[in-house]
Design a protein around this ligand. Structure first.
Ligand code: SAM
Length: 336
């Protein structure tokens, strides 16, 4: 990333939270879905959303100013990315991820970032606290499902698991990755480990996918419970970034013990670049975790590979899964 030189660039970063909020407000009134069938006037959108026209116009001006919608005469249309990714029911739709998790949980939690940074407090006492509340767990997990499905399908398509029969999906959330991997690999049975209120939500998704019989649920704190042994695959998707520094070692040690000889560990997470700063999305995701817990750490693929080696794994080179955001590292456990 180029160093900023202009005052305007500083403003763009400083006011970025207002643009975020404009996007979240639009998602909150389903604006992009109301525009899915074609351009609409402010008056029509006022009827659609129930927002008074004079207030809605202010939102429409902000959204068109940042490029999320396009003004066409008296009407407004979705920008191409909004039409593709933020219209409810569209094939690429992941609006629920922004609307529920990013807008309603992460955005408000960020006011605690200064305290997290100072080490004097945090929004919640870790995920265990946030996700022990059933309503929060439902919201977080539904959102994560919307956010993870596309990445899960890509991982499943490019990671052959021939012969694998058992997989432990630790911090598996909705089970989005278990669903994609079990769909691709008909002999695979998965076990999703997550907090009790989260696995209650995961049950709905595996049953909806017709995989209730092949996806088991194991409620509990992965740092403290015993993991099943002789697993062919252990998957850690977005788990390590959510843990404290010492917990990462606990989880990697448990993964090593849980895998059968020759078994495969798949780590999917935010990872910094090894040499250059960034990428920005990964770096910012690590930063937001400090609002939740002051023992959170950020890591690059290289640093994580070193930690994996310390736990007896032989990591392959990392691969990008979500560009500018996440990578995967695959490691075999030695077969003897
Ligand atoms: C960002 S979500 C990712 C969910 C899923 N792996 C995916 O990629 O879609 C992180 C998940 O880790 C779970 N988690 C965090 N800490 C955990 C712990 N100590 N034990 C079990 N689950 C945990 C959270 O409840 C949440 O479901």
């Amino acid at each position: 990333m180029r160093a900023v030189t202009e005052r305007r660039e500083l403003s763009s970063i400083a006011y970025g939270f207002m643009a975020s909020k404009a996007l979240f407000a639009a998602l909150g009134v389903d604006l992009f879905t109301h525009l899915a069938a074609g351009p609409r006037t402010a008056a029509e959108l006022s009827d659609d959303t129930g927002i008074a026209a004079h207030r809605l116009r202010t939102l429409l001006h902000a959204l068109s100013a940042v490029g999320l919608i396009v003004a066409e005469g008296q009407s407004y249309a979705n920008a191409p990315a909004c039409q593709r990714y933020l219209v409810r029911g569209a094939p690429g739709d992941f609006g629920e991820y922004f609307r529920l998790q990013v807008a309603q949980q992460i955005y408000p939690a960020l006011v605690h970032l200064d305290a997290g940074l100072a080490g004097t407090g945090a929004a919640f006492n870790t995920f265990a606290d946030l996700l022990s509340r059933p309503a929060e767990a439902r919201m977080f997990t539904a959102a994560q499902h919307a956010g993870s499905q596309a990445a899960a399908r890509v991982l499943a398509a490019r990671t052959p698991l021939e012969g694998a029969r058992t997989m432990l999906d630790v911090g598996g959330g909705s089970g989005a990755f278990s669903i994609a991997l079990c769909t691709r690999n008909p002999s695979l049975h998965a076990t999703v480990v997550d907090f009790p209120a989260v696995v209650d939500v995961a049950r709905t998704y595996s049953e909806e996918a017709g995989l209730g019989g092949r996806i088991d649920l194991l409620p509990g704190d992965a740092v403290h419970i015993q993991w099943p042994s002789e697993q062919d695959v252990v998957l850690l998707s977005y788990l390590l970034s959510a843990l404290g520094d010492t917990e990462i070692d606990v989880v990697l040690a448990k993964a090593q013990t849980s895998l059968a000889p020759g078994g495969l560990l798949i780590v999917h997470d935010f990872m910094l670049d090894d040499v250059a700063p960034g990428p920005a999305f990964a770096a910012l995701w690590f930063l937001q975790y400090l609002a939740y817990r002051s023992d959170g750490v950020s890591f690059s693929a290289d640093a994580l590979s070193g930690r994996l080696r310390d736990h007896g794994f032989v990591p392959a080179p990392s691969e990008v899964l979500i560009p500018e955001t996440t990578k995967t590292i695959l490691c075999r456990k030695a077969s003897t």
